[in-house]
Design a protein around this ligand. Structure first.
Ligand code: NAI
Length: 464
């Protein structure tokens, strides 16, 4: 281990392993340091298990609805232990595939253990126990963890999302603190699986960073599904007993439930890593980086959730690839300097029932750029959506005589339409460009095509 690597990556989640894989492709010599399993939050405690629970929830809903279309099905309960085992099986398969990919990548050495940054006379490195793995560059990719606000998390009555995704028994009743993406996704899954859920949100709507009409649509759907909401409500404290948990709200009221899920955001995991000691500037726990993702210390980079911004796995992948290219470029192994994707081009999906998906600017943000033309297409006019019981709408925003700058969608199935939406918005396509291309019939994607047809001045199935 006395070898000096071109790059040492600290953390093998989405951002870290993407950095290692891209660096390997570019011929760099990489050490990838990880104290837990390869794959990080997304694979083990985030995206993948949540989507597995949400898929099971959809199956439960379909079982309830079968008889409405003449299929003799009914919902008679959930074996959460079996659901957990099935979800774990999917994670295990992905983990095995990822391990093979990373360990098989040329020039990548996986180093097991908890690492901390070292910057001394010998240069940069990562210390693991008594050993220092040296690198010309160090990429910090240690991710994030649930914020707890000092609430008494015990993993039994008061849970973080990590705990919620490990349950082998479902509660009868639950209070979810936080109506952001995590709160909404887990509340949605639990409700479909038979749990009585109340969401407590400090602001005045669910998923408050999205277009307000998407929040409205989601709230309407959740109300119909029997999910209770309390807005403008902040938590003052939680008391637990053997039997339940009681959450005290700032307005003096209280709510009791079998469990409380605390989903009030995630904080960067940057403490205890020797960062400040090495001279790395931190801002509210995040690494301050420039447009090449370099921190205040030359050769030390930050990628993924340790960098302030949207905490999304695909942003981590993008950061990881960019940072590997920046390093390769500096070492003369790559001709062109890479650029970071714009934050507004990051597709955002909430996989609740109904799903919410968006990319680009909200109407309010787009209006700051100029005159905005807005076209909604109601999924009630889309055959495939009606067949699958999806209601909602697709909204496309364009600048007057200009490109598509935002797409905002709600309804079951819209997560699969975000690919086209992000291409159109990211490529700054004109609605006329999209309108001249064909959408297969019958697909839900036609709704996006219809909105673009209307924006291009030649609507087909839209009411004038
Ligand atoms: P979030 O920041 O999206 O939402 C947290 C919510 O909690 C906010 O609406 C906030 O107003 C509310 N809140 C904060 N303090 C409160 C209090 N004391 N009482 C009541 N409400 C309070 O954070 P969340 O949902 O925990 O997700 C963390 C990150 O994980 C997000 O940035 C998200 O992007 C990412 N994520 C992405 C997913 C996806 O792409 N599908 C899925 C899950 C998470």
């Amino acid at each position: 281990m006395n070898q000096r690597h071109d790059v040492v990556v600290l953390g093998a989640g989405s951002a870290g392993y993407a950095a290692a894989l891209r660096a390997s492709q570019l011929g760099l010599d990489v050490a990838l340091v990880e104290s837990d399993k390869l794959g990080g939050t997304c694979l083990h405690r985030g995206c993948i298990p949540t989507k597995a629970w949400l898929h099971a929830a959809e199956v439960a809903d379909l079982a309830r609805e079968g008889s409405s279309m003449g299929v003799a099905t009914s919902f008679s309960g959930v074996d959460a232990g079996a659901l957990q085992a099935w979800s774990q099986g999917i994670i295990d398969r992905l983990h095995k595939g990822l391990t093979g990919l990373v360990e098989g990548a040329s020039g990548v050495t996986v180093v097991r253990g908890h690492g901390t940054l070292v910057s001394d006379r010998e240069g940069l490195g990562v210390r693991i126990a008594d050993e220092v793995v040296r690198g010309r560059n160090v990429v910090v990719a240690t991710g994030s963890q649930p914020r707890t606000l000092g609430l008494p998390i015990d993993g039994k009555r008061v849970l973080t999302s990590d705990d919620a995704l490990r349950l082998t028994e479902l509660p009868g009743t639950a209070v979810v603190v936080g109506g952001g993406v995590i709160g909404v996704e887990i509340a949605s899954a639990w409700r479909s699986l038979g749990v009585e859920v109340t969401i407590v949100e400090a602001l005045d709507r669910l998923i408050p960073t999205e277009e307000p009409d998407l929040s409205k649509g989601l709230q309407r759907a959740f109300r119909k599904r029997g999910i209770q909401t309390r807005f403008g409500a902040t938590v003052a404290g939680i008391d637990t007993t053997e039997a339940d948990a009681t959450i005290r709200l700032a307005d003096g009221s209280a709510l009791a439930a079998d469990v409380v899920l605390v989903a009030v955001g995630r904080e960067p995991r940057t403490a205890g890593l020797g960062l400040a000691e090495a001279g790395v500037t931190l801002e509210r726990g995040h690494l301050r980086v420039n447009d090449r993702l370099m921190t205040s210390v030359r050769g030390v980079f930050g990628v993924g959730d340790v960098v302030a911004g949207l905490q999304l796995a695909h942003r981590g992948f993008a950061h990881g690839m960019v940072v590997a290219e920046v390093i390769a470029h500096q070492m003369g192994r790559l001709d062109r300097a890479p650029t970071l994707p714009r934050d507004r081009d990051l597709p955002r999906v909430t996989y609740s029932n109904p799903e919410v998906a968006s990319v680009g600017l909200t109407t309010a943000a787009a209006e700051r750029l100029g005159t905005v033309l807005k076209q909604d297409y109601n999924l009630a006019g889309n055959g495939r959506s009606l067949i699958r019981g999806a209601s909602g709408f697709v909204r496309v925003l364009r600048l007057e005589n200009g490109p598509i700058v935002g797409v905002h969608m709600i309804g079951q199935g819209v997560s699969e339409m975000i690919g086209e939406a992000q291409l159109a918005a990211g490529w700054e396509a004109l609605p006329e460009d999209v309108a001249s291309l064909l959408h297969a019939h019958p697909t839900q994607g036609e709704a996006l095509g219809e909105a673009c047809l209307a924006l291009a001045g030649r609507p087909l199935h839209s009411h004038a």
